[in-house]
Design a protein around this ligand. Structure first.
Ligand code: HEC
Ligand code: HEC
Length: 302
């Protein structure tokens, strides 16, 4: 029953696509000229991707109920919001009068995030296509499980078709490297330098990212490594606002988490410290020269 109705839904979506691209021939999938003049106009969207197509056909894939509560029986959105530590940073759904949906503004935001995971210049290499695809069909390991057994799956096809609406010169976003040295020199001291009247992060997160330093000394290299490995789970490289590390301690009025037992450290996204951290998460800050917002005397450096 479940399979059948999913298939029917897939067919329905497929026919919507076929209808949209009625000129399309079935041979080449990379032929840019095939769908006529409107593909030649460069859209003013991330990577030139078609937003209406996204809204109509791709976003429903993320929200689709899959009949269960574990792994690939769950919807993508169950794991992929800012609340979770997985990339693909979808915004939390809006709930109104018993309905659950994304507003236009939220969909635009999702669109921008999702666009970061695709590569119109070489669609099949897009992370968005590889994660849900079975490794036996060329996919990559995905903690969320296998959603598509082959590249013929209707959802795979839809996503692939959507990626092809993009500018064929647009490429993949480089995978961002979040620098360890900068963490060790400039970020880690945050954990022992609380705001006035606040507790240090080490008070509550000592077992994970906020390992306390030795008495009157700086963290050992090994301690910094351990802390970094833990903190990386709370960071979405390249996307500061989807990173829990920057989301939890931010005040809700500034777009932060509704709840944090440890209180707030930043009251605005313009906070210089948070901005300095954001630039680190975007891969722009490296090395041991700390910007002024991240200079601390404690703990002492030898
Ligand atoms: C049960 C939770 C879960 C579900 C459901 C889930 N994912 Fe994921 N996904 C994860 C986690 C955790 C990661 C990060 C670690 C990894 O890549 O395995 C991830 C990573 C990804 C990535 C990034 C891979 C990369 O290159 O870094 C993409 C893209 C993605 N998922 C897409 C999807 C899509 C699309 C769906 C729905 C069809 C989905 N996921 C469903 C948990 C989930
Ligand atoms: C008084 C204890 C306390 C202090 C101090 C504290 N936190 Fe927390 N923090 C918590 C608790 C409890 C949770 C989990 C429940 C929640 O979300 O509130 C949490 C959750 C988090 C998370 C999400 C962790 C996850 O696994 O998803 C982050 C990130 C975080 N805190 C960052 C910080 C930072 C950075 C500081 C210091 C500036 C800090 N916290 C200080 C108690 C604290």
């Amino acid at each position: 029953m479940k399979k059948r109705s999913l298939q029917q839904f897939g067919l329905l979506l497929t026919s919507v696509i076929l209808f949209n691209c009625s000129e399309q021939n079935s041979s080449g999938s990379n032929n840019v000229a095939q769908s006529g003049s409107d593909n030649m106009t460069v859209r003013d969207t991330p990577k030139g991707l078609d937003y209406d197509f996204y809204k109509e056909s791709i976003e429903p894939i993320f929200i689709r109920h899959r009949g269960g509560f574990v792994g690939s029986d769950t919807s993508c959105v169950a794991c992929h919001t800012v609340q979770a530590n997985a990339p693909l940073g979808l915004v939390a759904l809006t709930e109104e009068n018993g309905e659950v949906f994304w507003t236009e503004e939220q969909s635009r935001q999702n669109f921008e995030n999702v666009a970061m995971l695709v590569n119109p210049s070489d669609p099949e290499t897009s992370r968005l296509l590889l994660a849900p695809l079975s490794p036996t069909a060329g996919g990559e390991r995905h903690s969320g499980g296998i959603f598509w057994n082959s590249t013929d799956h209707s959802e795979y096809r839809l996503v692939a078709n959507w990626i092809e609406t993009g500018n064929p010169n647009a490429t993949a976003d480089p995978v961002v490297d979040v620098d360890f040295e900068f963490f060790r020199s400039c970020v880690q001291p945050i954990f022992v330098n609380p705001l006035e009247n606040a507790m240090p992060c080490t008070e509550c997160h000592s077992g994970v990212f906020a390992i306390p330093p030795p008495a009157n000394a700086y963290w050992t290299e090994e301690q910094s490594r351990l802390a970094f490995e833990e903190l990386i789970y709370l960071i979405d490289p390249g996307r500061p606002d989807s990173s829990r590390f920057l989301h939890k301690p931010l005040h809700p009025n500034a777009g932060g988490d509704l709840m944090h037992n440890g209180g707030r450290r930043w009251y605005s996204k313009d906070d210089p410290e948070r901005q300095a951290l954001a630039s680190w998460i975007r891969g722009e800050s490296t090395g041991s020269q700390c910007p002024s917002a991240l200079q601390f005397d404690n703990p002492p450096r030898s």
